[in-house]
Ligand binder design. Sequence first.
Ligand code: NAP
Length: 274
Amino acid sequence: MGVFAGKTAVVTGASSGIGRAVALRLGAAGAHVFVAGRREGALAGKVAAVAGAGGVATAVVADLREAGAVESLVERAVADTGRLDVMVNNAGVSFRGPLVDGDPEQWREMLEVNVLAPAAGARAAVRAMRACGAEGHIVTISSSATRVQPPPSLYGFYSATKAAVEAITTSLRQELENDTIRVVTVIPGTTATNLGRHRPELVGGLAAALGEQAEPSADGLFSPETLDRVAAAGRILASADDVARAVMFAITQPIELSMSEIAVGPARRPVVSA
Ligand SMILES: NC(=O)c1ccc[n+]([C@@H]2O[C@H](COP(=O)([O-])OP(=O)(O)OC[C@H]3O[C@@H](n4cnc5c(N)ncnc54)[C@H](OP(=O)(O)O)[C@@H]3O)[C@@H](O)[C@H]2O)c1
């Protein structure tokens, strides 16, 4: 029996990358994991992968930019299992580029997915955790882009959304001091995922620099196996599972302990150009 046997977890952005790796770890630890994202086919694969790791998962197709979507996701988990113990606000988007050439519609998408959805998701999670008396954990996935000062201009708006969600998470942690709900910010460094899907040549370029072949599939995405291989090759990218292990470490601490932040990333930083 895993440490999360009988517990319910929701992971947003679980159709790929860090969210997928967290869902696999939670499932293997016994949780019933509700995996959410927009891509139905990818989510079906994650349900099978969690089952393969010995867990139980339910796929929920949700576009977190839609009003009420994250609340419905939490409601679904509670309706099916009667409880909520872990909420991982992981889904994110990153459009990089100089601010002066930026697209305000991309800024809006980053605000909605990276800031508003985690805030609304945390709010819904607190209500659900209180209702079932859970010793709960809320996880925000931020980014090391908030720690580089001054923020790299190519990450300008993305860094701003992550700084905002970190500030919200800190406030929430303080609000919940007297609840049995702990709140942690996990801050990944550069991680081998498809986050840079708008610029697939970045992962391809890093792989080439490491002497690895990494071709995206027809949809422009790299497979988890390819990404893990690239991460392992040069140790200049973390793997999604490196971040997932940090999440698991935070949410397996005693409820009396507040673990506020964990930064996790490769020891060496990649040099990524525009
Ligand atoms: N990779 C890195 O170097 C890195 C570094 C620091 C922080 N992070 C953070 O880590 C988190 C996970 O990203 P990742 O690196 O694992 O990239 P990823 O593989 O692209 O995962 C992003 C996830 O977010 C979901 N998502 C995006 N927009 C959504 C929307 N409107 N509604 C619902 N789901 C949506 C995607 O699912 P669908 O496409 O199925 O909707 C996908 O599963 C993000 O918050 C990111 O900012 C990543």
